[in-house]
Design a protein. Structure first.
Length: 345
């Protein structure tokens, strides 16, 4: 194993843990779904290898659990370079960033998760590092203050974000590409569940894999979590073999229906339907009613509900759709927009 491969493996194990390391693909060929993004990144990596140059900076965006971190590790592995990871909220002062950057080697990758949450002071230090590969650190304060320039290796920044709109324009303009990951379809998730089941030695039938995939909200992370639960249920309640019927019972225990809607999804839809007459209603009012943070509603629950056609955003607030009314056994209305608009907060 080469030094780069050893660094990649040790960094991966330290950052994400052995259990996650088992399920994370290490090559594009082992990563199901996101074909357009994989093809673009594959060309990007291969061109850099042919020129023996560092990769350009880029951002991966999309809802949580779709594989942004995994793709960053795959890019590092395919390029044959090391990778170090951090997250936006963790980097609080320039010294934190300086320590990370100076520990990199030429061509290595710095992966920053939730990059939209970087403090503005840290982000401004990052600009010169991304463009000119140096940072100026202020030492001391007052009349004794002085600036020290630190030269850093030519590195690649990969940022991951669930809210691309909150990334500043200067940061986005310094990245060569922005790649958006989309929710997975059931066939892609079925392949992921089958692959993961093999890696964790889970005896599972093909129809049970599909059952898990259909209820995973288009998200591999959720699919893998549900697979572990179905495996546990099969071992305790049966002979250890996960069948479709057994998977159905196990997932019903978690209040996940056949559409992939969980308890909070249904709580959001029923709250809008019965407490606010179907909407429109502001997201803050929804958050207070269901006991959830606004950011979590916007990042985790709303994207799936909107994509599946249960919820819409309007200028005056959130509204349930005809599909949601049918799900809740409510009478359909010809024009929801004729309802009295509530303030959007």
């Amino acid at each position: 194993m080469s030094d780069n491969e050893s660094f990649f493996e040790s960094t991966l194990k330290k950052d994400v843990g052995e259990s996650e390391n088992v399920l994370r693909p290490k090559m594009f060929a082992d990563f199901p779904g996101q074909d357009a993004v994989k093809e673009r990144l594959g060309i990007f990596v291969e061109a850099a290898k042919m020129r023996d140059e560092p990769l350009g900076h880029f951002i991966l965006s999309g809802p949580p659990g779709l594989g942004k971190t995994t793709l960053a590790y795959i890019v590092a592995n395919e390029r044959g370079k090391g990778i170090k990871t951090s997250s936006g909220p963790v980097l609080e002062k320039p010294g934190d960033l300086a320590g990370l950057l100076t520990s990199l080697a030429d061509g290595d990758i710095l992966f920053i998760d939730e990059i939209h949450r970087l403090p503005i002071s840290i982000e401004e230090y990052l600009y010169s590092a991304m463009e000119d590969f140096f940072i100026d650190i202020m030492i001391d304060q007052g009349v004794g203050a002085r600036s020290v320039r630190l030269n850093i290796p030519k590195f690649t920044l990969i940022g991951a974000t669930t809210r691309l709109g909150l990334c500043s324009a200067p940061l986005r303009s310094r990245c060569q590409h922005v790649h958006r990951l989309e929710y997975y379809d059931p066939d892609e998730l079925t392949r992921i569940v089958e692959r993961s089941a093999g890696l964790i030695s889970c005896d599972i039938k093909a129809d049970a894999c599909l059952e898990i995939a259909r209820r995973s909200r288009g998200t591999p992370r959720i699919a893998n979590n549900l697979l572990h639960w179905v495996r546990d249920y099969a071992q305790v309640k049966s002979d250890g073999t996960a069948t479709q019927d057994l998977a159905d019972i196990a997932l019903n225990m978690l209040n996940i229906d056949h559409n992939g809607l969980d308890e909070m999804d249904m709580k959001i839809l029923t709250t809008i339907a019965f407490n606010f007459n179907g909407g429109p209603v502001g997201v803050k009012n929804i958050g207070v009613s269901v006991g959830e943070e606004v950011g979590t509603l916007e990042d985790v629950y709303e994207p799936f509900l909107i994509q599946k056609g249960y919820l819409v955003r309007t200028q005056t607030g959130r509204m349930i759709t005809g599909k949601a009314r049918k799900l809740l056994n409510l009478p359909l209305v010809e024009d929801n927009l004729e309802q009295k608009d509530l303030p959007f907060t």
